[in-house]
Design a protein around this ligand. Structure first.
Ligand code: ATP
Ligand code: MG
Length: 303
């Protein structure tokens, strides 16, 4: 479904020249953007990181799994236009291909959310596979040969059944962390939940990275939080910092990613840098996966 045409205003100069390349056709990486703390930059990151990856030629799907539907609004899809949503998908009533909308950004598709999601827990209460509802739907989609390089799932600010579904469906968790006083305390609760999911529902789940958001170098607290988080989590923390930047907060009210609203602002540039760092971080993981796949194929061919 296409809901609007638009021109894509990213200039070539925004894209880092030294971007590494990966095979175009490969199995999707499913990353869940989660932090139970509200307002830390999950949706802003999901929208702008997904956009930045699409801008460098990756095919990306963003799944809005938050009843607030902020990712859907921020990508310009009004509530009235969301005829089918992630709620219908989780109920198993539609195929993923029927809830995928094209966005203004070439290469970035969206499965939108609506308030209906608030009822999903009740609707699926008697379903033994309720925690696998999203995984089952997405797996069925990719089994048909449909292709994305990256799938991002934007979670609500809660460790509820929706977030658990997202953790079960994903391979890795991407954690935005606001540079503020209680940042680390919230993180330990999130890490405990991820460990519980690893021990029960999704043994391969890991943390892809931690991203410091709304960073202000003039603020001592920001610098202190950065030091603490890097001290605890080392290389897991992205080198790229997302600055506090008013253009990032203005963009959603125009229904556009910041990268389309103002591709030269500090926030847009930071998300482009982040995409580049993410791709570099993904390289060894994806190369190992391709090698495993090739070995399996060779084994199958020989038998
Ligand atoms: P929720 O938990 O409610 O889903 P969230 O974690 O998804 O929130 P966002 O919606 O991305 O957080 O951001 C919260 C608010 O902060 C929004 O108004 C957003 O526009 C603003 N914001 C996010 N990142 C930045 C930034 N780097 N600089 C300035 N404002 C920002
Ligand atoms: Mg959000």
């Amino acid at each position: 479904m296409v809901y609007e045409d638009g021109d894509f205003a990213l200039s070539e100069t925004t894209i880092p020249q030294s971007m590494p390349s990966l095979p175009a056709q490969r199995k999707p990486r499913l990353l869940t953007v989660a932090n139970q703390k509200g307002g830390v930059g999950k949706t802003t990151t999901a929208i702008n990181l997904a956009t930045a990856l699409a801008a460098i030629g990756e095919s990306v799907l963003l799944v809005d799994l938050d009843p607030q539907g902020n990712a859907s609004t921020g990508l310009g899809l009004d509530p009235e236009a969301r005829t089918l949503t992630s709620f219908d998908l989780m109920l198993g009533e539609v195929l993923a291909k029927d809830v995928i909308y094209q966005t203004l950004v070439p290469g970035l598709d969206l499965i939108p959310a609506s308030m209906d999601l608030l009822g999903v827990e009740v609707e699926l209460a008697d379903n033994a596979r309720r925690l696998y509802a999203l995984k089952d739907a997405l797996t069925a989609h990719f089994d048909t040969g449909e292709h994305y390089n990256y799938v991002f799932i934007d979670c609500p600010p809660s460790l509820n059944m929706l977030t658990l579904n997202a953790m079960v469906a994903a391979q890795s968790i991407f954690v935005p962390l606001q540079c503020e006083f209680f940042a680390l305390e919230g993180l330990s609760q999130l890490v405990a939940t991820i460990e519980q999911v690893q021990n029960t529902l999704n043994p391969k789940l890991d943390i892809q990275g931690i991203l410091l958001t709304m960073h202000d170098p003039r603020n001592n607290l920001s610098t202190q939080v950065e030091e603490d988080v890097r001290g605890h989590f080392g290389d897991l923390v992205y080198k790229t910092l997302i600055p506090r930047n008013v253009r990032l907060s203005e963009a959603p009210s125009h229904g556009k990613p910041a990268l389309l609203y103002d591709h030269k602002c500090a926030g847009s540039i930071a998300y482009m840098k982040l995409a580049s760092e993410l791709v570099r971080r993904e390289m060894p993981i994806l190369s190992a996966k391709s090698a495993r796949q090739e070995n399996q194929n060779n084994g199958t061919n020989q038998s």
